[in-house]
Design a protein around this ligand. Structure first.
Ligand SMILES: Cc1cc2nc3c(=O)[nH]c(=O)nc-3n(C[C@H](O)[C@H](O)[C@H](O)COP(=O)(O)OP(=O)(O)OC[C@H]3O[C@@H](n4cnc5c(N)ncnc54)[C@H](O)[C@@H]3O)c2cc1C
Length: 263
């Protein structure tokens, strides 16, 4: 690992100024994705700016029909939150099955969405629930936020401050996890609010994506059997030592049915 300067920010303004002022600054949240990247020397920041103790970035609250989760709220805190369990139980269950206990106690929702790992769980929830990512300077719809493999709409010095989730009538997440890492080989989040049904898939492609054919079928009849005979093409899906593109395509329908049943 190369040397870097370490800063501990005490406010959002302080954190953004520190990254802006550095030649190659990076925010550090839980470190669960960034530290392995640094150890492998795949990134060489001049400065790391820790945001984990900024109070205004932590916590869960309800505002009208929205659930607001601060960026440095850990996966364990989301999983244990009574507000999340009450209003979006599928999101609490998703957080409960991220990685292992250490990852859940250190890793944060903001770090996960900013890292945009194609196999991460939260992106499916953000897109299926129509979430908005609040940064220090703007609001970005989840569908516009995830732009590619490990790529987002964030500027290099832009800080994710919170994620705002509209509260759905029903939602659930089903994942087929890698036995080793618990990352999703395929994870599907479904949500329903009135006639608006969304199906978002993570782990199978270069980035999270929706499945309009499934959404249409489920809007007509929100039951697993509504997805009988609907499958997605394996073209453009990920293929690796853990699962072929064809297997991932098969998993999308299986996980979507399980998520609908759970919702
Ligand atoms: C063994 C293992 C298993 C895992 N399993 C899973 C899994 O099953 N499912 C899953 O979804 N994830 C999994 N993860 C990833 C985990 O969820 C990480 O916590 C998450 O990807 C990154 O969050 P972090 O807070 O640790 O971010 P960090 O590692 O601190 O940062 C990651 C990146 O995001 C940037 N960043 C962090 N916070 C912000 C912010 N607020 N604004 C802007 N940029 C920011 C950093 O600069 C860095 O580029 C696993 C990780 C490990 C090590």
């Amino acid at each position: 690992m190369k040397e870097f300067h370490f800063h501990r920010a005490s406010s959002v303004a302080d954190a953004v100024a520190a990254v802006k002022g550095a030649s190659a600054g990076k925010f550090l949240a839980g470190g669960q994705s960034l530290l392995p990247v640094l150890k492998l020397e795949m990134a060489e920041p001049s400065d790391l700016v820790s945001i984990s103790r900024i109070k205004e970035l932590r916590g869960v609250c309800v505002d009208g029909n929205k659930l607001l989760i601060g960026a440095v709220t850990t996966h364990a805190e989301v999983a244990a939150s009574s507000e999340v369990k009450k209003h979006i139980p599928g999101l609490a269950a998703l957080a409960e099955h991220i990685g292992d206990a250490q990852v859940r106690n250190r890793g944060t929702i903001g770090g996960s969405v900013a890292h945009a790992d194609p196999a991460a769980d939260y992106p499916a929830a953000l897109v299926a629930l129509g979430a908005t990512i609040k940064t220090d300077r703007r609001a970005i719809a989840a569908e516009d936020f995830f732009t590619g493999l490990f790529e987002t709409a964030l500027e290099p010095d832009e800080l994710v401050v919170a994620v705002h989730f509209p509260i759905p009538e029903k939602s659930a997440y089903a994942k087929f996890a890698s036995h080793a890492s618990k990352y999703a080989l395929c994870g599907v989040m479904v949500s329903k609010t009135g006639s608006d049904v969304r199906v978002a898939v993570t782990g199978a492609g270069q980035k999270v994506f929706r499945v309009p054919e499934m959404e249409k079928a489920l809007a007509a009849r929100f039951e697993p059997s509504a997805l009988d005979g609907i499958s997605i093409s394996a073209d453009d899906l990920l293929s690796d030592g853990q699962a072929s593109a064809e297997y991932r395509a098969h998993l999308v329908t299986v996980m979507a049915k399980r998520a609908v049943a759970a919702a």
